[in-house]
Design a binder for this molecule. Structure first.
Ligand code: IDP
Ligand code: MG
Length: 154
């Protein structure tokens, strides 16, 4: 478990349109994670089909891709200790009706097909998703900062 673990978090079109960029970013910031990349994007269909390739056989796949194409997405990379697993806990269960209150989906959603946010489900998928959504030069490093980061060093 390294302090430089990274995860891919995205605010889906419904989350962006509902004004939830700020509240979602706040939860990750306040928990202590470090934002290392962020952009608003309207990705091509092919990127979304790759992103959700594991679900291509599911009956909801076409609807999922159209939903993800319905507006800008806020794509982010967050870094910190155990951020993949903890990020999923901050998001809540896939079906918002099963998400605990206090989680993002548990506080802001009721439909599985409009569940506001995405988070990588493993370190391996995080690496794949980060490479799919970001170029290396879009990711910042805090290492050369004049000041130490306030959290523990790796
Ligand atoms: P996750 O987003 O929690 O990782 P996945 O099983 O990877 O959940 O599914 C990806 C996305 O597909 C979900 O976040 C949700 O938007 C959508 N999805 C999953 N299951 C259903 C369903 O049964 N109906 C409609 N959309 C679904
Ligand atoms: Mg998933």
């Amino acid at each position: 478990m390294s302090t430089s673990e990274r995860t891919f978090i995205a605010i889906k079109p419904d989350g962006v349109q509902r004004g939830l960029i700020g509240p979602i970013i706040s939860r990750f910031e306040q928990r202590g994670f470090k934002l290392v990349a962020i952009k608003l994007v309207t990705p091509p269909r092919e990127l979304l089909e790759k992103h959700y390739a594991d679900l291509s056989d599911k009956p909801f796949f076409p609807g999922l891709v159209s939903y993800m194409l319905s507006g800008p997405i806020c794509a982010m990379i967050w870094e910190g200790r155990d951020v993949v697993k903890t990020g999923r806990a901050i998001l809540g269960a896939t079906n918002p009706l099963a998400s605990a209150p206090g989680t993002i989906r548990g506080d802001y959603a009721i439909d599985v097909g409009r569940n506001v946010c995405h988070g990588s489900d493993s370190i391996e998928s995080a690496q794949k998703e980060i490479a799919l959504w970001f170029k290396e030069e879009e990711i910042v490093s805090y290492k050369h900062s004049q000041f130490d980061w306030i959290y523990e060093k790796p």
